[in-house]
Design a protein around this ligand. Structure first.
Ligand SMILES: Cc1cc2nc3c(=O)[nH]c(=O)nc-3n(C[C@H](O)[C@H](O)[C@H](O)COP(=O)(O)OP(=O)(O)OC[C@H]3O[C@@H](n4cnc5c(N)ncnc54)[C@H](O)[C@@H]3O)c2cc1C
Length: 380
């Protein structure tokens, strides 16, 4: 079986679905292939909720991208008729010199964003669920909130399909190779030819690099939903913002208000490195206890019974900035790994960026921070 498309996409999760949407809307003929049937619970884009925030502590360069992402999430809501975003506001809590606090404030100042510095008493006054320690402060980001990832992916895919994209599930890309200026892509069902290839396979992306060794590490992450032990009303979405909370040595945990399934809390970047094919998908008592330790110290009223838990994967770069660049040996293939645990919120804008790179060779927004050559990528 042979087909010819403008662009083939390997991986239709957060990034691939968004790229399919933008490419199809531009009139490109798109072949999308996925290992499973997205949205699914086996990659990096499941678990009911994702944080979106504008005062971006990680680096001010992300702010123009997140601003475009907000516009595009709103557009997707309108087009899909689904609720994809809830503006709860958000607090970054920590010692005044913590990266969470200084980084968020730097981005807010550089980009003239509305923000407030709140004392612990002001935080508790506004949001009684949250009781930060005396020696901390909080940065309030009123634009922060919650995205619903499964519906975001579903909406991108639905609209891509209605604009003509050929989306095939349970059909993993097994291999690909340059074919003149284009590519040839092989799956168990056949071989396809396309002008360009987007490699957006999330945690599986290293297996599609054709010998290019990337310094990507897959990290196991555990999400736990808790029933509040006291004052459940304080955790309702109209009374509790999303929160990121420094717990020492620039490490943090984060959480969400109760969206009806419990208060979801997770540790950031404190999971084990793993291989995608040997990921332990079982949540142990030890996993739960590690999250519970944060509740005991910082959020005691959330520390009730665990209602559910899930395992997810981060795909980390060494500097935790995204990787978006053309394959150095095959410029018809574009590598997209915007993860390191913070990529979802950008997916709508990254999809547009990927579509521009594939169709025009360049993107309107500056993505220099995501270049491959910062790692000195090497052949295996
Ligand atoms: C627990 C957790 C919490 C997070 N919280 C946040 C947050 O609050 N805010 C935020 O902005 N970000 C967050 N992130 C990060 C964000 O979710 C990721 O950056 C994002 O989901 C990555 O999207 P992706 O498209 O790269 O991967 P995925 O969405 O996993 O998509 C990859 C797809 O590729 C498919 N695939 C794999 N191999 C092949 C193949 N050979 N051929 C075809 N298809 C293939 C897979 O089936 C999958 O559908 C979190 C991540 C995790 C794990």
């Amino acid at each position: 079986m042979t087909a010819t498309h403008d662009v083939a996409i390997a991986g239709l999760g957060a990034m691939g679905s968004a790229a399919a949407y933008h490419l199809a809307k531009r009139g490109a003929s798109v072949l999308g292939l996925d290992r499973y049937a997205p949205p699914h619970t086996l990659g990096s884009s499941h678990g009911e909720t994702r944080i979106i925030r504008e005062a971006y502590f990680e680096h001010p360069s992300y702010v123009p991208i997140i601003q475009r992402a907000y516009e595009l999430w709103e557009q997707l809501e309108d087009e899909s008729g689904r609720d994809l975003f809830l503006q709860s506001g958000g607090v970054m809590v920590g010692p005044p010199d913590s990266t969470l606090v200084t980084g968020a404030e730097l981005s807010a100042r550089m980009h003239d964003l509305p923000y407030e510095r709140l004392s612990p008493a002001e935080v508790t006054n506004r949001f009684p669920a949250l009781t930060p320690a005396e020696d901390t402060i909080a940065i309030w980001d009123s634009r922060a909130g919650i995205l619903f990832p499964e519906d975001c992916v579903r909406s991108h895919l639905d609209i891509a399909r209605s604009n003509g994209a050929d989306l095939r599930f349970d059909e993993p890309v097994e291999s690909w190779e340059p074919d003149g200026d284009g590519v040839s892509v092989r799956t168990a069902s056949g071989e396809y030819s396309a002008g360009k290839l987007l490699l957006s396979a999330g945690a599986w992306i290293p297996s599609l690099m054709n010998g290019l060794r990337l310094p990507l590490v897959v990290e196991r992450q555990v999400l736990v939903w808790f029933e509040p032990k006291a004052n459940p009303g304080h955790f309702a979405a109209d009374r509790c913002p999303i929160f990121l909370w420094d717990h020492g040595q620039d490490r943090h945990f984060y959480g969400f208000p109760n969206m009806g399934t419990g208060v979801k809390v997770a540790l950031m970047h404190q999971g084990e490195d793993t291989e995608v094919d040997s990921l332990d998908r079982e949540v142990s008592q030890r996993d739960e206890d590690a999250v519970r330790a944060m509740l005991e110290l910082y959020l005691p009223s959330a520390n009730g019974p665990a209602l559910s838990a899930q395992v997810c994967m981060f795909t980390n770069t060494p500097d935790t900035h995204f990787l978006v660049d053309f394959h150095p040996e095959a410029p018809q293939a574009l590598i997209a790994s915007p993860c390191s645990g913070h990529g979802f919120k950008f997916a709508s804008a990254i999809g547009e960026i990927l579509a521009e790179l594939l169709a025009d060779g360049r993107s309107k927004l500056n993505i220099d921070l995501f270049r491959l050559d910062r790692f000195g990528a090497a052949r295996a």
